[in-house]
Design a protein around this ligand. Structure first.
Ligand code: HEM
Ligand code: CU
Length: 646
């Protein structure tokens, strides 16, 4: 076909190289205004990661403020109202604005690279998801600065969150922005699923897919099933508050427990939405630092899938003290204990991989070791709390605060930081300082145990959670003082990593494309990768493509003069067709603004929702406006542009 000619020249001529053409085709506009048009997966993924780290720092600062207030009994640093605002903002930030977007960001950045493809399946939707996330985060923090932040906790229980007890705007901000952030999570999940199922390099059958990609696939399906319930819940709550519907109001025939069901049907899987990708990171790093394939690939993958399923059957363990019938409760105890089985399978596979291998104890691996210790303690106190008689005592006490931080810091923060140290060279082309990294790890590890372990004791001594102060006579002051000091120690550890990411690009040597001698395809690309990821798309014939002796085969026939990538079949990853990717555009940003206007306007004047709706309609029109010259071209015959594998 005639329009194939430039490609053949571009792709086959290895002397001249196709880079200049590819560079031009995949160019992202520069400058301030160019920034708003980017759709490239690496750019968006990187933004997700950086933005989520900023929210982590903000959430951490709020935590330190809380700890300052609790450092001594009857402290007057702040009042109850402000404490409850920053407590709510801390929980909300860490769960919604740090942990989930951080994992999604890593997925968005890495999955296309690991699959050997050029971009995500819906790049514009990807950009839209990012702006929606950003708008939601900025709005909530603005509300905090204006003294209008929500103060009903990260699970916003009714009737406290109803209009009667929370007449201000705080909870409305919360319901609206939660809906917003879930939109963002859903867009990311949908793209990740389609990319993983349809854009794998030829030959990458499902059972050759890197374990990290599996973990992101499980996470994405969980998002698709879990997030809508909290969105429905928050919309119903917003309706209750704005239009006096009575979904959750007992006096009007509604049911406050319905809120708890809706929230926790999302809330429990949420924890695993964060933890499953972390498990993927753990498997990846262990395999690289032991220089061997993960033991029991199939078992590891199946246990992640099992965790995904089972985690939807546990939500009532958050509601043991609400007076539900006993038979039902025992079912949820059994299910909660059951989740230890697939988690245990993974731990045994990791031990088997580590067994007898020469482990290189670099910073990423240290964080993984930290994960083992901390996550196992969190898991054990989880099994304790899943037993009803124990939970009746420990419920709403600092024991639970200790437990949830062991799970979340062990299960998400430590693996995420391991991933940061591991993939930073890929993302920036520079290594992070190993010395600062090790200092950072030890401070965090020691700090977090000194902070959170004593909280178990505080809980057993009867200190309730979500209190802004306590009396002298309770005997809690020594532990609280100690915990606050330790929290600052841990915060200093995190600060060292932040400093490391800022100074290393200027100081350290260049990383090269594969500094850790890893096996997955992202290390085949340059560091940092070009906008098109790979000059040639790879063909895969094993689980560890970079550890094979034979050179990697390359796909030919993909045009360099427009944004093309290969689509493959769902199970066997056989080349199927070529997909043309969209170019940079402002519309996702505009649409995020109009949607934001509609949702925020609704809080002040419901009619503004309608205005936002119409504005969004025009933004969508602009987004979809056909400006693609190739649409006029004759479509290639079935499978034509793929000219076989070289
Ligand atoms: C940086 C170290 C951290 C410190 C010092 C810290 C400290 C605290 C404190 C003092 C509370 C309030 C307990 C209460 O009054 O009931 C709290 C609650 C909470 N934290 Fe953290 N935290 C940290 C990190 C994290 C992380 C990384 C996550 C999640 C990924 C997280 C998630 C939560 C949640 C969900 C709550 C419950 C909020 C609520 O009750 O509504 N925290 N934390
Ligand atoms: Cu749970």
């Amino acid at each position: 076909m005639k329009n194939q000619i430039p490609t053949e020249q571009a792709i086959f001529d290895h002397q001249q190289g196709s880079e200049p053409i590819l560079d031009k085709t995949w160019l992202s506009p520069t400058g301030f205004f160019g920034w708003f048009t980017h759709v490239n997966q690496r750019k968006i993924g990187f933004r997700f990661v950086v933005t989520s780290l900023i929210f982590f720092a903000l959430g951490g600062l709020l935590a330190l403020l809380m700890r300052l207030q609790l450092v001594q009994p009857e402290n007057t640093l702040m009042g109850a109202e402000f404490y409850h605002q920053i407590m709510t903002m801390h929980g909300t930030t860490m769960m919604f604005f740090f942990a989930v977007p951080a994992m999604e960001g890593l997925g968005i950045y890495l999955v296309p690279l690991m699959l050997g493809t050029r971009d995500m399946s819906f790049p514009r939707l990807n950009a839209f998801g990012y702006y929606v996330y950003l708008i939601a985060g900025i709005t909530l923090y603005l509300a905090l600065f204006l003294g209008m932040a929500p103060d009903t906790g990260w699970f916003s229980y009714v009737p406290l969150a109803g209009i009667e007890f929370s007449p201000g705007k705080g909870v409305s901000f919360w319901t609206t922005m939660i809906t917003f952030i879930e939109i963002s999570a859903l867009t990311a999940a949908v793209e990740l699923i389609v990319t993983i199922l349809k854009q794998r390099a030829p030959g990458m059958t499902l059972n050759r897919m890197p374990i990290f990609v599996w973990s992101i696939l499980v996470m994405s399906f969980m998002i698709v099933f879990a997030m809508p319930t909290v969105m429905v819940g928050s919309v119903l709550l917003a309706l209750d508050r704005t239009f006096a519907t009575q979904f959750f109001v007992a006096a009007g025939g509604g049911d406050p427990l319905l809120w708890q069901h809706l929230f926790w049907f999302f809330g429990h899987p949420e924890v695993y939405i964060i933890v499953v990708p972390a498990l993927g990171i753990v498997s990846t790093i262990i395999s690289t630092f032991c220089q061997r394939e993960i033991f029991g690939y199939t078992a590891v993958v199946l246990s992640m899938v099992t965790i995904g399923f089972v985690s939807f059957g546990l939500w009532v363990h958050h509601m043991f003290t609400t007076g539900l019938p006993h038979l039902g409760l025992s079912f949820f105890t059994a299910a909660s204990a059951m989740i230890a089985i697939p988690s245990g399978v993974q731990i045994f596979c990791w031990i088997a991989t580590l067994w007898g291998s020469k482990v290189r104890l670099k910073t990423p691996m240290l964080f993984i070791m930290g994960f083992f210790a901390v996550f196992v303690i969190g898991g054990l106190t989880g099994v304790m709390a899943a037993s009803i008689p124990f939970d009746m005592q420990a419920h709403d006490s600092y024991f639970v605060v200790a437990h949830l931080h062991y799970v979340l810091i062990g299960g998400a923060v430590l693996p995420f930081f391991a991933g940061l140290y591991y993939w930073y060279p890929k993302m920036t082309g520079k290594m992070l300082s190993e010395r600062l990294g090790q200092w950072s790890f030890w401070l965090i590890f020691v700090g977090l145990n000194l902070t959170f372990f004593p909280m178990h004791q505080l809980g057993l001594d009867g200190m309730p959670r979500r209190v802004y102060t306590y009396l002298h006579s309770m005997g809690w002051e020594d532990i609280n003082f100690f915990v606050t000091c330790a929290a600052f120690l841990m915060a200093f550890g995190f600060l060292l990593t932040f400093i490391n990411t800022f100074i290393s690009p200027h100081k350290s040597k260049s990383a090269g494309s594969n500094p850790w001698q890893a096996d997955t395809l992202e290390w085949w690309a340059e560091s940092p990768p070009r906008n098109y990821n790979f000059r040639h798309l790879p063909v895969v014939n094993s689980r560890t493509p970079l550890w094979q002796k034979a050179p990697i085969h390359k796909v030919t026939g993909i045009r360099a003069d427009r944004r093309e990538t290969l689509i493959t079949t769902l199970l066997d990853a056989k080349a199927q067709s070529v997909c043309i990717m969209p170019t940079p555009t402002y519309w996702p940003f505009v649409l995020a603004l109009t949607v934001g206007f509609g949702f925020l306007g609704f809080m002040f004047k419901p009619i503004l929702f309608v205005v936002g709706f119409f504005l969004s309609f025009f933004a969508i029109l602009g987004w979809l406006w056909p400006s693609r010259p190739w649409l006029a071209e004759k479509p290639p015959e079935e499978g034509h542009p793929i000219r076989g594998l070289q």
